[in-house]
Design a protein around this ligand. Structure first.
Ligand SMILES: [Zn+2]
Length: 94
């Protein structure tokens, strides 16, 4: 593995097939709650140098449709809270 057109891999980049010509990508950080779900967090730097935390989650849904919808609504509500809390640490231009 060599260098990107826009520079060398970052210190946290996995430097393998996940890292392509436009993005650097870290190893996946996995959180598992057996029987209930799994989330994967990956650090990404795009071609403009902007960095992101990319989050993918799989949530085990109940067989009952109403309960499954409540679970999804709860997940969306909590994701909004999660994004808002993470955004609190973003430095803002004065
Ligand atoms: Zn890379």
């Amino acid at each position: 593995m060599g260098r990107h057109a826009r520079g060398a891999h970052t210190g946290w980049c996995a430097a393998d097939h996940r890292c392509n010509l436009t993005e650097h990508r870290s190893d996946d950080l996995v959180v598992t709650l057996p029987g209930f779900g799994r989330a994967v967090l990956t650090r990404v730097r795009d071609e403009r140098g902007r960095e992101y935390g990319e989050l993918r989650a799989r949530i085990a849904l109940d067989g009952d449709e109403y309960t499954a919808r409540v679970q999804l609504r709860t997940a969306l509500t909590d994701l909004r809270a999660l994004l808002s809390r993470a955004a609190e640490y973003t430095r803002r231009a004065a």
